[in-house]
Design a protein around this ligand. Structure first.
Ligand code: NAD
Ligand code: MG
Length: 397
């Protein structure tokens, strides 16, 4: 039998945690994928090294001022990649005619524009960038439908749900017998931390997740449980789930990655060693299964798989996200914009850990909800939320 031609892939955000894991999986499956383009925000050296190792055709640096530095680094590594820059460069490699797959692994709202272009161009999109869906779910899903794009979840919870749903779930959760979707959450590093000590947590403590190694922004989101809140909104759009069909359960071991409960009482779960290469590999090869380099799950050695309700008082961000999901329209955009500012300020040691949820809550309260009809509406509401968050922050410090 003749081997099929390798599938061409663009990785948006290749120097990040998801980007690196994606390249690791690709490297384990020679001949199956061809790296068309890799992109980074500012990490020139890592980008050049990746381009040389994987023979990328294009290298995109989002920060246009670093174009010259990237060209020199590519020469040094022996890579022949063509240099592109800025938003235009990202859009170009997300829509290249010969690209089959786009891994969307830029962090934050910055990932929306190129991912949306990939959706319009009908690519197979491996979606890690949850913020894009949180702020522009309706626009994004419609663009994917119109462009004929296929969206495959990379977030471990959504991959688990996707694996536990029947193939025809698109006709409606109720019609395929689903009662509810249960997202599991590890609870992050401060699940059982004394409540009085939460205010003094440092960025390095917050970025030390007990089960997962991730980028800094999502690590802080996991510690506040905002990550789970963003994932609720992500699940709403990916699976067309009503807020009443979505639940969160704390599961500190991160072995059960999420569950789908059916009308007849069955609950289907997906289990695995906590390693993002499993959901990345599944999205890459779906509906087939490929080697991901992940350690086998040894259930016999596990004495405890436990579950409990989340404590919304200790983790107000989860409650705020539930509210934004129920409110809809611009509320998730405001939630996300304020959170991005708050997390960046916390990482810069400008605000305390407990002030993240306070800041997001205050911005949500001070912002009137409005309709989101187009990308310009998203951009405007996002800018307004960031502006308000920056101003509110000044009253806190
Ligand atoms: P990261 O910070 O490790 O990497 C982010 C990548 O995006 C880097 O390549 C960086 O250069 C690029 N980038 C950052 N800002 C940019 C900008 N303004 N313009 C262009 N490129 C930019 O992040 P990560 O942990 O890999 O997460 C990436 C996305 O995947 C996030 O949306 C996150 O929520 C989601 N996700 C991550 C994990 C995980 O385990 N890390 C799990 C589930 C979902
Ligand atoms: Mg997740």
């Amino acid at each position: 039998m003749v081997n099929p031609a390798p599938q061409a892939i663009t990785i948006l955000g290749s120097t990040g945690s998801i980007g690196e894991s994606t390249l690791d999986v690709i490297g384990r499956n020679p001949g199956r994928y061809r790296v068309a383009a890799l992109t980074a925000n500012r990490n020139v050296d890592r980008l050049a090294a990746q381009c040389a190792q994987f023979g990328a055709g294009f290298a995109v640096i989002a920060d246009t001022a670093l174009a010259g530095k990237l060209s020199r680094a590519l020469v040094e590594t022996g890579s022949k990649a063509r240099v592109l820059t800025g938003a235009e460069g990202l859009a170009e490699v997300a829509t290249l005619p010969d690209v089959d797959i786009v891994m969307a692994a830029i962090v934050g709202a910055a990932g929306l524009a190129p991912t949306l272009r990939a959706a319009q161009a009908g690519k197979k999109i491996l979606l890690a960038n949850k913020e894009a869906l949180v702020i522009a779910g309706h626009i994004f899903m419609q663009a994917a439908r119109n462009g004929g794009a296929c969206i495959l979840p990379v977030d471990s919870e959504h991959s688990a749900i996707f694996q536990a749903l029947p193939a025809d779930f698109g006709k409606g959760l109720e019609s395929v017998g689903v009662d509810r979707i249960i997202l599991t959450a590890s609870g992050g590093p401060f699940l059982d931390f004394p409540a009085t000590e939460l205010r003094d947590i440092t960025p390095s403590q917050a970025c030390k997740h007990p089960n997962w190694a991730m980028g800094r922004k999502i690590s802080v989101d996991s510690a506040t449980l905002m990550n789970k809140g963003l994932e609720l909104i992500e699940a709403h759009w990916l699976f067309n789930a009503a807020p009443s069909q979505l639940e969160v359960l704390i599961h500190p071991q991160s072995i059960v990655h999420s569950m789908v409960a059916y009308r007849d009482g069955s609950v289907l779960a997906q289990l695995g060693t906590p390693d993002m290469r499993t959901p990345i590999a599944y999205a890459l090869s779906w509906p087939e299964r490929i080697d991901a380099g992940v350690e086998r799950l040894h259930l016999a050695g596990m004495s405890d798989l436990s579950f409990r309700e989340p404590d919304l008082q200790r983790f107000p961000c989860l409650g705020l996200a539930f509210d934004a999901l129920r409110e809809g329209a611009s509320a998730p955009v405001t939630l996300n914009g304020a959170n991005e500012i708050a997390v960046a300020a916390f990482l810069e040691k400008q605000i305390r850990f407990d002030q993240i949820s306070r800041l997001v809550g205050e911005v949500m309260q001070a912002t009137e909800k409005r309709a989101i009809n187009c990308l310009e509406d998203v951009v405007e509401c996002d800018a307004m939320a960031r502006h308000k968050a920056t101003q509110t922050m000044r009253t806190m410090i």
